[in-house]
Design a protein around this ligand. Structure first.
Ligand code: MG
Length: 369
């Protein structure tokens, strides 16, 4: 594949690294084709520079390896035993895989450097706008519950909504939502839950519903199947679980398997790899949008800085903090009346944890020097 110039983000040199497992109750359980989550537990990474400045990152691996193969206990061990020691000595970490752990540490190192320079992450990435349209994601449930959930999101200002779907729970909820809101920007995410025959059937049934995109109908490895679905699909096909790295997206593009990519900075390995992915999409005539991993405030700020990059489509599957948690560890990110979210301004990520909330939410702590 094409060689990509290294993204030029500065990395700070820490003298210590602190890890915290942080647990926050979700406002409501998240139900998707890959499972149900009722608490959000992340690893918060703090790197401290020689002058005492802190840089922050967040590892968004789930508690169990049900979404990708990465999971929190593994990420914790990789961060504590390999990534943090490597960051302290300045040697390449040599870790294969574990992109969410790598992303957390890279975000913290970049945040540390940018706070020292007084520059925001969004500016360092080359962002030209400061706000992005927030697409609310509504989980699987009875059709009446789905319609009620969409109504709450629309009332709070959202103009774009994505429904989680799976076989047997697809056309009916989408049709009900479309009937109630003819102008809503509506998308569907199957999380890879269809086989090829069922995917062909469902895209035909969705033709009249004017969907913005159908995301990941087939399994992550089935790029040939996605190409086949896309050839006959009356709806743009987005890849999420399949869009694990640059090679996968380059292959999908060559096969004609994709229109849009759900670009998740945490899953890609951090801000530098997000920038490389954006460059690849532009080069191949594709577009994309920033996706979410149910981030807490640090991860959400890092994702928002990527979400506003030119070349992406100006929407993001990122919501306001209060759609997920009652008390975030950082100041809340709030939805504007026009359904957009602003990137926190200020140096680096533009946000940091409230010390009391961070302490109250911490369930385990490790310090690496
Ligand atoms: Mg998805």
């Amino acid at each position: 594949m094409t060689a990509h110039a290294p993204a030029a983000l500065p990395h700070g040199s820490p003298t210590s690294v602190e890890l915290r497992r942080v647990r926050v109750d979700l406002v409501e359980p998240i139900v998707a084709a890959h499972g149900t989550e009722s608490v959000r537990e992340v690893v918060v990474v703090r790197v401290v520079g020689p002058d005492g400045t802190s840089g922050w990152g967040e590892c968004d691996a789930l508690l169990r390896p049900t979404y990708t193969s990465e999971w929190q206990d593994g990420a914790w061990a990789v961060l504590r035993d390999l990534l943090a020691p490597a960051a302290l000595t300045g040697v390449p970490h040599g870790v294969v895989g574990h992109p969410m752990a790598v992303a957390a540490l890279e975000t913290a190192l970049v945040d540390l450097a940018l706070r020292g320079e007084g520059r925001s992450l969004a500016a360092a990435l080359g962002a030209t706008s400061t706000r992005v349209a927030s697409r609310a994601v509504v989980g699987i449930g009875p059709v009446d519950d789905v319609v009620a959930a969409v109504a709450r999101r629309v009332e709070s200002g959202h103009r774009a909504v994505k429904l989680k779907i799976r076989p047997g729970h697809d056309v009916a909820p989408l049709r009900a939502v479309r009937a109630a809101w003819p102008d809503l920007v509506l998308a569907a995410d199957a999380n890879g839950s269809y086989d090829l025959a069922a995917a062909r059937d469902v895209v035909r049934a969705l033709a009249a519903l004017d969907l913005h995109h159908l995301e990941q109908p087939l399994g992550r490895g089935d790029l040939l199947g996605h190409a086949e679905v896309r050839r006959s699909a009356p709806v743009p096909i987005a890849l999420d679980e399949s869009a694990v790295d640059l090679d996968a997206v380059a292959t999908a593009a060559a096969l004609g398997a994709v229109d849009l990519v759900n670009l998740k900075p945490a899953r890609l390995g951090g801000p530098s790899d997000s920038l490389r992915m954006r460059d690849l999409l532009v080069e191949r005539g594709l577009t994309g949008f920033c996706g979410g991993m149910y981030e807490l405030g640090i991860g959400r700020a890092a994702a928002l800085a990527v979400a506003v990059l030119p070349g992406l489509d100006g929407t993001a599957d990122l919501g306001p903090s209060d759609a997920y948690v009652r008390h975030d560890i950082t100041p809340s990110i709030v939805l504007g009346a026009d359904g957009t979210l602003g990137v926190p301004d200020g140096p680096g990520l533009g946000t940091e944890p409230d010390p009391d909330r961070l302490e109250a939410a911490t369930v385990e702590h490790a310090s690496i020097r």
